[in-house]
Write a protein that binds this ligand. Sequence first.
Ligand code: MG
Length: 203
Amino acid sequence: MKIICIGRNYVAHAQELKNEVPTEPVFFLKPDTAILPPGRAFYIPEFSQEIHHEAELVLKICKEGKNIAPEFAARYYDQITVGLDFTARDIQQRQKEKGLPWEPAKAFDHSSPIGRFIPLSEVKDSSTIAFIMTKNGETVQSGTIREMIFSFDAIISYVSRFITLRKGDLIFTGTPKGVGPVAAGDQLELFLEGQSLLSVKIA
Ligand code: MG
């Protein structure tokens, strides 16, 4: 199983980090060790002074595919949830300045808590899926798929030109604006269409 993450998929988030709005999807990978076992706290790693939350919609791939045309992409994912793409922003900034890969900032152990998956068929209107993240009870990030620069189908099609997608692979589809630091003691909760699917304690 692999985890593919899309970066800069919401205009307002690209702007808040002073990045250009991309003309093609930006993606990077995380290993399976990035998954946070369900129910476990997230421990801030000792190598970073600035871990940011990035709340995202996450798709699960349901069959193998390569060079998938956009019009057939919807056949390749059937479940959705919310997840966190924890980012060591201080390390990422350093890597970006040097033109180096992002993995130390993104792919570290437990950097990707994921919620309980629900079948896409259970989502009432799949063209307007909305999600929010609260920190200590206050909403800090919210997004809908209408704000995405690249749709689910465009992402699947683009990534599969380079990498074979397999059943069980996860696609993090990018974060809306409102990213920010977490501190020990924080409680994060993520909702999809009002349903709480992920709760993470920061330690
Ligand atoms: Mg992200």
